[in-house]
Each structure stands twice: as C-alpha cells, then as structure tokens.
Design a protein around this ligand. Sequence first.
Ligand code: MN
Length: 204
Amino acid sequence: MPYELPSLPYDYNALEPTIDEQTMRIHHGKHHQAYVDNLNKAIEGTEFDGHPIEALLGALLDTVPEDKQAAVRNNGGGHANHSLFWQIMKPGGGGEPSGDLAAAINDLWGDADKLKTAMNDNGVKRFGSGWTWLVWDGTGLALYSTANQDSPLMQDDVPLLGIDVWEHAYYLNYQNRRPDYLSAWWSVVNWDEVGKRFDEARAK
Ligand code: MN
C-alpha cells in the first residue's frame, strides 16, 4: 500500500491571514506531495512497503538498506512531519492549552507563553531548514529542534507539536522574517489536537 497525501482538514485559505492561501497550496500540494511520491518510489517493491510511517521512521529505519536510507529518512520524515503539521493547526485556533497538557506545561515552563518563547527561540536558532518541536520523550515533555525533515520519531520520541521553519513554510508572506512567522503561527495552533496527542502518548 503506497503512502498517500492526506487531505487538508480545512480550506487552503482557511488559515489566512497568518498563513496565506498560495503558501498552503504549494506547501501541501507540491512539497508534501513530493515527499509522499519520493518515499513511495524509494520503498516500492521492498519489505518496507506498507508499514505505518511511525514504524518506518522508528525501529525499522536502521534496517533500511544504505542506498535507500537517506531517501526514506528525508521523504518519510517529510511525510510524517507535514501530516502532523496540518492537524495541529486550525482556523480560529490559538488561545491556551487546557487540561493535563496545560498542567504539564505549567509545571515545566511556568505558563504557555514561556513555552511559546522557548519553541520560537529554538526555531529561530535552527540554521537552515528544519522544525521546532514539543515532544513526549517517554517520561515527560521536552523541546528541541531538528534539521531538515528529521522527525522526533527517529529518536523514539512522540511529536506533539511541530512548527515547520523551512523557508517554503513562510517565505511568500514573511520573506526573511522567520521570527515574525513564528510569533504569528500561534494564532492558528490547534491546542485540542496537541492535547489529544499528549493524552495518547502518555497512555502508551
Ligand atoms: Mn514544509
């Protein structure tokens, strides 16, 4: 079963003005589609075909033959990262986390604003392309950034919230102003989805 591009859970223009329609169209329809296509091309006809993406990027990645490993890492990571990214945004998002997630954030950082500042700081400092993450590391919440399309799944963490800091995610609207994009991004965050992922990760 080849991997498939998931449809967006909202219209391409639904995240405006924070993220413009053209950026969303290219990002989802061209960039994410290319990760899916190139991942399928890399593993077509191999034993790695048909595994859930979490397994492919987790336990299985080290067993992928060397000549295919970079393609699986980059395109599989791109597929997993973007599939999450579309879900953890929503029109009319923003606000504050609630429930157990809010309690866990407050325990570690004091409040959600400090978490946002720390995540944005990791995103600004990520040189070149990558992602800034909030993850469940098996025992608690943690923050870090990754390069390229590397996924927290590759180090056995569960990604809860990731912000894409590749230029393709923001350049049409924000040009070189990555910090402005990161500040604005929180007005489309879908905290309910992040909280759901937190509850599922802890229950494992
Ligand atoms: Mn992207």
